[in-house]
Ligand binder design. Structure first.
Ligand code: ADP
Length: 302
């Protein structure tokens, strides 16, 4: 069942077209990514989803509800962590939690949520005293406090250090495992690749492609390169005869094989069969970065 359905969404601000005919669906339990550079229209799209903005045209259903007409009901069932959501400086973590719990019919156990987010010891700490990572975790906790069926998380790791980013990713996986459908807005390729089941690449208000991260990479016909040093001299034809292998070159003692997505398995199977050990085996894989650049025509999204 689709939890979210967006059809032909359009939104302009004056002469700026922010969202230009965007359509996608999100299934129950998915982590769905909306990926694109700054100004692509990602935030506008999720603001329309959550009823914070009115689209000019298009149909949106979230849990079967219309975000504008059924705004109050939707607010109970969709948790939102929007970019740069800030709390009053002197409000403590515990106070924020209690306040947000009061908004919901079926609030989650605030103590447990803080525990899960590693904030239990910060209950009495004022917002301004929290680190960037702790503020981000609190924002996620507050997005989950209504026990939502859907959580919308916008640019949740921007400005975090590498460790805090990783912790936040673990957390998103934890949220997904608890059965919540997640819409994740990001401009980071590594984040999208790690977390998203499927993603929409958005560029200049339009959907460039929707697929799994691996599907997007495969779509641009990306090849893999396998490098290794064989333990004994190798009859090249064993590898060049494989349908997966497109090219084989020697770089000194090193053999470099290029081929389609399953080339690694094909090469290692043949080597094993002939008792050849592949020393210093490395695989260079086409990344989502490359797929993104090809599909949107942009140099980079960082
Ligand atoms: P993203 O989240 O991908 O960075 P946004 O949805 O924030 O993109 O913005 C899409 C486009 O709409 C940008 O060109 C942005 O400058 C413009 N925009 C966003 N919000 C407003 C607004 N309130 N008024 C005018 N223009 C806006």
């Amino acid at each position: 069942m689709d939890v979210i359905e967006v059809r032909q969404l359009h939104k302009r601000y004056g002469t700026t077209t922010a969202v230009d005919d965007v359509s996608f669906t999100v299934g129950a339990g998915e982590v769905f990514g909306i990926l694109g550079p700054n100004g692509a229209g990602k935030t506008t799209t999720v603001e329309c989803l959550t009823g914070l903005r009115t689209p000019d045209r298009g149909v949106i259903r979230v849990l079967g509800l219309d975000p504008r007409r059924d705004r109050d009901e939707l607010r109970q069932r969709v948790g939102v962590q929007l970019q740069e959501s800030r709390l009053p400086d002197r409000q403590t973590v515990g106070e924020a939690m209690d306040l947000y719990r009061s908004f919901y019919r079926r609030p989650a156990d605030g103590g447990r949520l803080l525990e899960m987010l590693g904030l239990a010891a910060k209950r009495d700490t004022q917002y301004r005293r929290l680190s960037g990572g702790q503020k981000q975790r609190l924002a996620i906790a507050l997005a989950l406090v209504g026990s939502p069926a859907v959580a919308v998380l916008d640019e949740l790791t921007t400005g975090l250090d590498p460790q805090a980013r990783r912790d936040t990713w673990d957390l998103v996986e934890h949220v997904r495992d608890s059965g919540v459908t997640v819409v994740l807005v990001t401009h980071f390729m590594d984040e999208a690749e790690r977390l998203c089941d499927r993603l929409a690449l958005i560029d200049s208000g339009r959907v460039a492609a929707i697929d799994t991260p691996a599907g997007l990479v495969a779509r641009v016909g990306a090849q893999q390169r396998v490098r290794f040093r064989p333990s004994v001299p190798l009859d090249e034809r064993l590898l060049t005869d494989l349908p997966e292998v497109a090219d084989l070159r020697h770089h000194g003692e090193q053999v470099v094989v290029t081929g389609s997505g399953t080339v690694l398995q094909a090469v290692t199977s043949v080597l094993a069969l002939h008792h050849v050990v592949a020393h210093d085996l490395r695989v260079e894989q086409a990344s989502l970065d490359e797929a993104y650049i090809t599909l949107t025509g942009r140099r980079t999204a960082r």
